[in-house]
Design a protein around this ligand. Structure first.
Ligand code: NAD
Length: 360
């Protein structure tokens, strides 16, 4: 049966980068006979303008039956004056919660030719390829009780609750083990089990899952050490799995190691492995419509879509290799150019052409 891919170009540079990613998806569809069908819908500011809501009903219906979703970016100055509840970014929160996307995958890959862009020395990061698996719908960001109250003695007090059930830990753990199995076979679970009971349970559940995945080697690390190791020797990691709060922080550290926001893909998955795939960057209104946006983060997000939601790992490998070979030739968009003379600066579409040429 044909599998449905929903494209949500969104706002700003979103349509420009999704257009280029669609070309590699079309290529994969033909090359590997994947029987994909594509449909496009509105999300974010464009949806507010055309349909009166950031996550319109028509988009919701298509999202609920899609096998995978590719998003550009949402938001922009045009909608900045709207009340918080009506802004384009609400569309993103709404689709994440509607589809119960509890598993966030953030790879931090550093192509060898971009090592100079990292905040760390090239020899520490060249070839870096870490995947951070972050639980996205539980933990301290959602736990009850929460709030700010006034104690009987008149002093104000703030409270948040870090809470995870065994089931929540098991479902994110299982996806992390599966991801590790598709990569280097090493999973590091990050917690603070020396202090926090919620993460003692986290560690226990990860250990119990380990029996089901004998081909994956599981290790544990405290979060303070993990933060230190990520900047000391980041290439020691293959896959890291952690809760919502620790994942938020560690994924941003890992992202900085790669140096360029225009290169970073991401995915958020639910229990059916349907996922929303999107570049980490926003809608970049400052360069929208100028053919200057780097499409590679979205092209790499399309590769993740093929790998994690469409079981087309070969196609994903080909696309990642094509991106790597384009960089090797010295082809760059403005955001990843380092000023060396052997580099050629391309626009969005020409970078898409270069990836297509490398694929063919
Ligand atoms: P941004 O990521 O859009 O831009 C930050 C800087 O990086 C800008 O200078 C931009 O030109 C540059 N940049 C970003 N992506 C690039 C690319 N692919 N190629 C070349 N340069 C690129 O972040 P911002 O400026 O803070 O936010 C702009 C808008 O995007 C806001 O409305 C914000 O709410 C929204 N936003 C959306 C998402 C999302 O849709 N997931 C994420 C972050 C921000």
């Amino acid at each position: 049966m044909s599998r449905r891919v929903l494209l949500l170009p969104g706002d700003g540079i979103g349509p420009e980068v999704v257009r280029e990613a669609r070309r590699v998806l079309d290529w994969a569809n033909a090359r590997y006979v994947l029987d994909l069908s594509f449909v496009e819908a509105n999300l974010g500011g464009v949806a507010i303008d055309r349909d009166g809501a950031a996550y319109p009903d028509a988009t919701r219906e298509l999202a609920r039956v899609a096998d995978g979703i590719l998003l550009g970016a949402v938001g922009g100055p045009k909608w900045d004056g709207l009340p918080a509840a009506d802004r384009p970014e609400r569309g993103l929160l709404a689709i994440r919660s509607d589809l119960d996307l509890f598993c966030n995958l953030r790879p931090a890959m550093l192509f060898p030719d971009l090592a100079a862009a990292s905040s760390l020395r090239a020899e520490l990061v060249s070839g870096l390829d870490v995947l951070i698996v972050r639980e996205l719908t539980g933990g301290i960001y959602f736990g009850e009780p929460r709030g700010i109250s006034v104690r009987p003695d008149g002093v104000r007090e703030g409270v948040n609750t870090d809470r995870y059930s065994e089931e929540e830990i098991r479902r994110i753990g299982r996806l992390a083990f599966e991801a590790a199995r598709k990569r280097g076979g090493r999973l590091c679970s990050v917690d603070k089990a020396n202090v926090l009971e919620v993460t003692m349970l986290w560690r226990e559940v990860m250990d119990s899952l380990s029996a089901e995945f004998s081909d994956v080697s599981l290790s544990h690390m405290y979060v303070d050490n993990a933060a230190m190791q990520l900047v000391r020797e980041p290439r020691q990691f293959d896959v890291i799995v952690t809760g919502n709060l620790f994942g938020d922080i560690l994924s941003d550290i890992a992202a900085m190691l790669t140096g360029s926001i225009g290169m970073l893909p991401s995915a958020s998955l639910n229990a059916d492995s349907c996922g929303l795939y999107e570049p980490v960057h926003g809608s970049a209104p400052d360069i929208a419509g100028e053919d200057r946006a780097n499409p590679l983060a979205t092209i790499l997000s399309a590769a993740m879509l093929l790998r994690y939601s469409l079981s087309a790992a070969n196609a994903a490998d080909d696309i990642e290799r094509a991106v790597s070979s384009v960089l090797e030739k010295g082809l760059r968009t403005g955001d990843i150019a380092s000023g060396e003379n052997d580099q050629q600066i391309l626009g969005t579409e020409a970078m898409g052409d270069a990836v297509m040429a490398a694929l063919q």
